[in-house]
Design a protein. Sequence first.
Length: 76
Amino acid sequence: MESPEPLPALFPGPQPEAGSREVRRPVRCALCGRPLTGAESRRTGLGPACDAKLHPAGPDIRTRRHEVDQDTLPGT
């Protein structure tokens, strides 16, 4: 026995037309609330400025390397 009515959709609501761009819902930064536009920012939930505040870049190891004049060890 087949039902003449189609199965109800899992997420009822307006469906995008074929060929039209799907509208993404706005995602906001978890820290400051600004809208996020970049794919990486939308995935992490933080904007670039807020992400830099929470996860600062590590020190550049090249700035710590420098030559130092050393005295010879006694007894050598």
